[in-house]
Design a protein around this ligand. Structure first.
Ligand code: EPU
Length: 431
């Protein structure tokens, strides 16, 4: 499928942020820990939640959805194997713990790297092994066993990986005894997963200094939980508003507390915003100025904000530098932006001060942006979800027509994106 976009139109009005993709999918997996019904409110209807639905249904979940409410109940795990799914996302590895807890064995597909880097799961596996799981790679699958159940352990994560932290939490809540996770990820989506699990009967404490303490319980109950608003969607819409002086967009449900670093960066480049009770209004203006950004784990500048922010920096006066320290290959979309008129050069050196795992390994993870540069319409294929959204923003502020192919990738994370953009005045058609 394609989007045909005629850019340069004034975008004005309100757009509502949906529930977070990266929380909703994990909460569906958390529901596998109980045989009772779990109700998820503010549930986003996106490709990634459909893929996760297929996963859950393939192992016994009964799922009903109405509007933005999802009911999921897994009375019995009917298969310990997560079979070949018709589409892929990175969620199956997180199902290892819940299936192990209920069945004593589990099998999930091995996922390779994708367009933003090799994305290993070595830290996930180290943690599960520390909790007593025996895991072996079996062809295209990881097969895990814990016939006598998992046991609590002290685990120090080598890197505060979001997925590895979530996997460890999901595995430890029903393990025997206590677990201490050190150097854990503390992203808002991780904290929200903890809140849901606490309501389900888990005992979890978050300490200072990236520590999470879990006391295993013998069973968990059903829950009703509201999914937090998606801060990646919010940042995308914010950048769309700020990138063109004619635009003014209220991003309804955007939460200041989840976007502190983003909002500081907006202010540093001269962007205007107003925090209101029910959202944040972003106001496009002339005269944005360049600045430097280093992506990092929370509470740093999020890697998923990098791509839409780069579009903003192409419209800012001066030279901006971005140092991407979370993924080694997240600048592939720059080539297309340069063909639209941007002036961005990518370097493998660390152009920043944060400690970076990619130092000296030749990966193109720093970018220098010279602006402002007008952008003009162009045809291209979506590379990955966030890059696809960044391209969409670029085409909306560019002059002329663009055709964006492969938009299923954008649909994985953004519900009815064309419908919502049209309501702001965008000229966008889905073909
Ligand atoms: N990493 C390892 N080993 C591991 C796990 C991670 O080396 O065992 C590395 C990764 O290769 C990457 C870095 O650590 O370089 C960060 O990975 P992390 O595990 O923190 O990320 P994730 O759990 O795979 C989630 C989101 C991403 C988001 C990151 C960072 C989901 C489904 N995905 O990924 O979102 O960028 O956290 O905040 O929650 C997206 O939504 O488009 C997206 C990519």
């Amino acid at each position: 499928m394609k989007f045909i976009v005629n850019g340069g139109k004034k975008l004005e009005g309100e757009i509502e942020v949906r529930g977070s993709k990266n929380a909703a999918t994990k909460m569906m997996v958390a529901s596998l820990l109980t045989d009772e019904e779990c109700i998820l409110e503010n549930f986003p209807q996106i490709g990634d939640t459909e893929i996760t639905r297929e996963l859950c249904e393939s192992i016994g979940s009964e799922i009903k959805s109405e509007g933005h409410t999802l009911s999921i109940r897994t009375p019995k795990i009917t298969s310990f194997r997560v079979t070949e799914l018709s589409r892929r996302n990175r969620i199956p590895i997180l199902a290892l713990g819940p299936i192990l807890a209920r069945e004593g064995k589990a099998e999930v597909p091995i996922l390779g790297g994708d367009k933003i880097g090799p994305r290993p799961v070595d830290i996930h596996l180290e943690s599960l092994r520390a909790l007593g799981a025996k895991i072996e790679a079996n062809g295209n699958y990881y097969y895990a066993e814990a016939p006598n159940g998992l046991r609590g352990a002290k685990i120090h994560l080598r890197y505060p990986s979001v997925g590895a932290t979530e996997n460890t939490i999901l595995s430890a809540v029903l393990a025997k005894g206590q677990t201490l996770i050190e150097n854990s990820a503390v992203e808002p989506e991780v904290i929200e997963l903890i809140l849901m699990l606490q309501k389900m009967g888990a005992i979890i404490e978050t300490g200072s200094d990236r520590k999470i303490f879990i006391e295993g319980v013998s069973r968990l109950n059903g829950v009703s939980h509201d999914i937090l608003p998606d801060r990646n969607e919010a940042a995308s819409f914010a950048c769309l508003a700020l990138a063109h002086p004619k635009n003014k967009i209220k991003v309804r449900n955007a939460r200041q507390k989840d976007m502190i670093t983003f909002l500081n960066s907006v202010r540093r480049i001269g962007g205007e915003y107003r925090v209101e009770n029910d959202g944040i209004t972003f106001i496009g203006a002339n005269g944005l100025s360049a600045n430097n950004i280093e992506t990092d784990t929370h509470p740093g500048f999020m890697t998923d904000w990098q791509q839409p922010f780069v579009i903003l920096l192409t419209q800012a006066k001066g030279t901006s530098i971005i140092h991407e320290t979370v993924y080694e290959d997240r600048f592939g979309y720059i080539e297309d932006l340069n063909l639209m008129g941007a002036n961005i050069k990518v370097f493998s050196k660390c152009l920043g001060e944060l400690p970076c795992r990619f130092n000296g390994n030749g990966e193109p993870h720093s970018a220098v942006i010279s602006g402002p540069t007008p952008l003009s319409g162009r045809n291209f294929k979506v590379r990955d979800l966030r890059a696809g959204m960044a391209h969409l923003i670029a085409t909306l502020i560019a002059d002329g027509e663009s055709i964006i192919d492969g938009i299923e990738e954008i649909d994985r994370g953004y519900e009815d994106i064309d419908g919502r953009l049209k309501s702001l005045g965008a000229n966008i058609e889905r073909k």
